[in-house]
Write a protein that binds this ligand. Structure first.
Ligand code: ADP
Length: 284
């Protein structure tokens, strides 16, 4: 079935935060794409105007480490966002027990993540919902950030009552404590969690050994980096890696290192150099 006379729908890829994602063929270019169908819901009109204006801006966000938004159009009451198709994501890499990540591989993945972040932050766009399954990996091993700017347009759904409760592992303390104003530091914090997760191969801030705790009436969200020195938690990491990690895990968002400063940290110029994307290990 064709959508908007241009895209041939194939199978469903999955159900995400905002709606269903389909694989499709762009008949204009022959390219395989991913189409995100976003239910506009009640405030249809309002969302339409602001969303379409903001989405126009997202289409201009072009960078090798950002998923390209190829097209956007309303169709049958849903908003369709067309993205370049990506083969896998960083979550699949982290979870695959057969994959060994060398220090150079980790450096490469985190460098590509920070490059994408720094680019968007320069354009004053925040991600707000960074997590390993939003870091997509293309055929050439390139890591690209997905869903940039969508949280601002469509809202970051409160995941308390959904299966996605785990996405909160990546939330910066200022978000958990309900700050009305926050900045690019929220994405740097999430990148720190992902960095730690690459080193440990499991989510780092996983204090919730008791997931149902969040349903209790007096539950307050909290996030705390364990009091022990990072060195004891990451015995295998280099001094440079730990120094950068601790600067990204700074509680005070004003004192937290920026994505651009992180890229200039000596971790990225010291040995080993980051692995070439094409040589990075990937799931089969
Ligand atoms: P979430 O909101 O939970 O992050 P998404 O809406 O981004 O989920 O994605 C839902 C599903 O669609 C996931 O399985 C994801 O891997 C897949 N997907 C999303 N974007 C793309 C893309 N550009 N290429 C290939 N698969 C994608």
């Amino acid at each position: 079935k064709k959508v908007a006379d241009r895209y041939l729908k194939r199978e469903v890829l999955g159900e995400g935060t905002y709606g269903v994602v389909y694989k499709a063929i762009d008949t204009k270019t022959g390219q395989t794409v991913a189409i995100k169908k976003i239910r506009l819901g009640k405030q249809k009109e309002g969302v339409n105007f602001t969303a379409l204006r903001e989405i126009k801006l997202l289409k201009e966000l072009k960078d090798p480490n950002i998923i390209e938004l190829i097209d956007a159009f309303p169709h049958k009451g849903n908003l369709h966002l067309v993205f370049e198709f990506m083969e896998t994501d960083l979550e699949a890499v982290i979870r695959d027990r057969n994959i060994v990540l060398s220090p150079a591989d980790i450096k490469s993945y985190i460098q590509m993540t920070l490059k994408g972040l720094a680019f968007c932050h320069r354009k004053w766009v925040l991600h707000r919902d960074m997590k390993p399954n939003n870091l997509l990996i293309g055929p050439g091993g390139q890591l690209k950030l997905a869903d940039f700017g969508l949280a601002r347009i469509f809202g970051s759904p409160d995941r308390r009552f959904t299966h996605q409760v785990f996405a909160r592992w990546y939330r910066a303390p200022e978000l958990l404590f309900g700050a009305k104003q926050y900045g690019p530091g929220v994405d740097v914090w999430a990148a720190a969690c992902i960095f730690a997760e690459l080193l440990l191969r499991r989510p780092f801030l996983q204090p919730l050994q008791w997931p149902d705790m969040v349903y209790l009436p007096d539950y307050v969200e909290y996030q705390h980096v364990p009091g022990q020195p990072l060195r004891t938690l990451f015995p295998m990491a280099s001094d440079d890696a730990l120094d950068l990690l601790s600067k990204m895990f700074t509680y005070d968002p004003k004192a937290r290192i920026s994505a651009q400063q992180a890229l200039e940290h000596r971790y990225f110029s010291s040995i080993p150099p980051p692995t070439e994307p094409a040589l990075l290990p990937r799931p089969p």
